[in-house]
Design a protein around this ligand. Structure first.
Ligand code: ADP
Ligand code: ADP
Length: 227
């Protein structure tokens, strides 16, 4: 599903370049739940943004769903992103002027879905996440944990194949963090959604089936899976 070959990312710095990622080789199969860990500044967010089609590699090849991402048109990449990818952010990134309902509906509007289908999709997600009573509230009227539930609801409403989450519980208390991780586990195990999260928390990483560690832009060799 996800295949990075010799991927590097650099930014111009003076007359040279600063490498943020180097020689990344990584395969993630459909149905996996992967945690990306590593110290601050090691390139985790950059890697997640490349995987989520928000940034392009400087070198190497990225194949997403068997398509060579860098060879696709901007339009096709946007389509791929909208059809198959849900993103969850540490600071939620909800739209303050929209209600909970409207925030969750946004990805469906981009897809050009009919009004009735949108209604039923949003209703299903509100119900599943137990936030029906909050649907007409604005993000500022919710606790952090509730805002992140809405963030996850928005990420999955269009039924993506994969969710990319950047420190999804970084702003939450541990009880709220556990709720979000339980939800990810359920989406992964019950719905078969592939999940890739960046996290500092070993406890969060335990919810996944695999840990990928970055250090100074390099991927550390992975431990062999326990048999
Ligand atoms: P992490 O998520 O592990 O903290 P990041 O991927 O956010 O790491 O950043 C890795 C390094 O790349 C940092 O040193 C950061 O300053 C640098 N970096 C990220 N984006 C840019 C950019 N647009 N221009 C220059 N340097 C950047
Ligand atoms: P949780 O621990 O479930 O995230 P909190 O204890 O933070 O919830 O919040 C409890 C209740 O208070 C919630 O139902 C939420 O709607 C309400 N609430 C939390 N923060 C705010 C706020 N800033 N403005 C209005 N209502 C809030």
């Amino acid at each position: 599903m996800i295949q990075l070959s010799n991927v590097a990312k650099y930014y111009p710095a003076g007359f040279g370049r600063t490498y943020v990622l180097r020689n990344i080789n990584l395969t993630i199969n459909e149905g996996e739940f992967v945690s990306i860990m590593g110290p601050s500044g090691s390139g985790k967010s950059t890697l997640l943004h490349i995987l989520g089609l928000l940034e392009e590699p400087s070198e190497g090849e990225y194949r997403f769903l068997d398509q060579p991402v860098q060879k696709l048109s901007e339009k096709r990449r946007t389509e791929l992103h909208r059809s198959h990818i849900g993103f969850v952010f540490q600071a939620y990134h909800l739209i303050d002027e929209l209600t909970v309902y409207e925030n969750i509906e946004t990805p469906l509007l981009y897809k050009g879905m009919s009004g009735n289908e949108r209604k039923s999709r949003v209703a299903d997600v509100l119900d599943r996440f137990n936030i029906v009573a909050k649907k007409d509230l604005f993000p500022s009227q919710l606790s952090g944990g509730q805002q992140q539930l809405v963030g996850v609801a928005r990420a999955i409403v269009a039924q993506p194949k994969v969710i990319f989450a950047d420190e999804p519980t970084g702003n939450l208390h541990s009880a709220q963090a556990i709720e979000i991780m339980e939800l990810f586990r359920e989406l992964n195990q019950k719905d078969g959604v592939t999940i890739v999260q960046v996290t500092h928390s070993e406890a969060n990483a335990e919810y996944g089936s695999r840990i990928v560690r970055l250090k100074d832009g390099w991927l550390e060799p992975e431990a062999a899976p326990a048999v």
